[in-house]
Design a binder for this molecule. Structure first.
Ligand SMILES: [Zn+2]
Length: 248
């Protein structure tokens, strides 16, 4: 059913992402780690997962040299797997170490960054995504800060609902912050994307302990699972608490 919907409504890239996700599931050799309960709300919801940075743009650099672009990609791939298990149609902005400005882009670094972000938003807009999730890691000159935080666009009711649900799941799962989800204003990516958009700053690479955690596959899985549960919670709340069905 999902494949039919993809081929009719979406581009081949979406199908590729779904197949990659299914391959990842099969490659794990383990049964799904989340309950096989698919709700009417998440089934068929189109979610774009944006692994922040990539290619020449490394993003933040951790206390011990970890690159944000590598951790954002690892988290995004795990998040894709989680959301596919929930029946979402997932579009991955990138699956390799690259940006979206184009290999032959010849502008300044600033212009390249703008083109990259615009291309990410364009991908989501073209595919009429229901939600855009951008995954990042934080950094600060001081190593003392740690913990995850989620942002949504000022004035976007759906984004606020989903962003708050994601932050609640991150708080209860990781137990590393008391921060609340925050409204953001003036983010280029949020303005360029025409659907509800959330930005998840999954932790501080500038904190050596958190940097080490964020490199750990099991911890990455916890983060991805929390984000996915928050997205599902938020989508359900927006839909008025749809009844879930057991897929088994
Ligand atoms: Zn970033």
């Amino acid at each position: 059913m999902r494949i039919w919907m993809v081929s009719r409504r979406r581009c081949n890239f979406v199908l590729w992402c779904v197949l990659v996700g299914l391959a990842l599931l099969g490659a794990s050799g383990r049964p799904p780690e989340t309950s096989p309960v698919i709700s009417y709300v998440t089934a068929g919801s189109v979610v774009v997962i944006d692994a922040g940075h990539g290619g020449p743009d490394s993003g933040a650099i951790g206390a011990n040299g970890t690159l944000e672009k590598d951790i954002s990609l690892a988290l995004s791939q795990k998040l894709a797997k989680e959301l596919i298990q929930q029946g979402c149609i997932v579009i991955c902005v990138r699956d390799t170490d690259t940006d979206l400005a184009g290999a032959d882009f010849s502008g300044t670094v600033r212009e390249r960054k703008r083109a990259d972000l615009q291309a990410r938003a364009d991908l989501a807009n073209r595919n009429q995504a229901d939600l855009f999730v951008s995954v990042h890691l934080n950094a600060d000159p001081s190593p003392k800060w740690s913990g995850a935080q989620t942002f949504y666009e000022q004035g976007d009711e759906t984004g606020a609902c989903i962003g708050k649900a994601v932050q609640e799941q991150l708080k209860s799962t990781l137990k590393n912050t008391r921060r609340e989800a925050l409204a953001a204003d003036g983010y280029f990516l949020m303005s360029a994307a025409s659907m509800p958009t959330i930005i998840v700053e999954a932790g501080f690479l500038s904190n050596p302990e958190e940097e080490k955690l964020l490199q750990d596959e099991d911890y990455q899985q916890q983060v991805a699972g929390a984000i996915a549960r928050g997205i599902v919670d938020g989508l359900k709340e927006q839909a008025g608490g749809s009844v879930s069905i057991d897929a088994e």
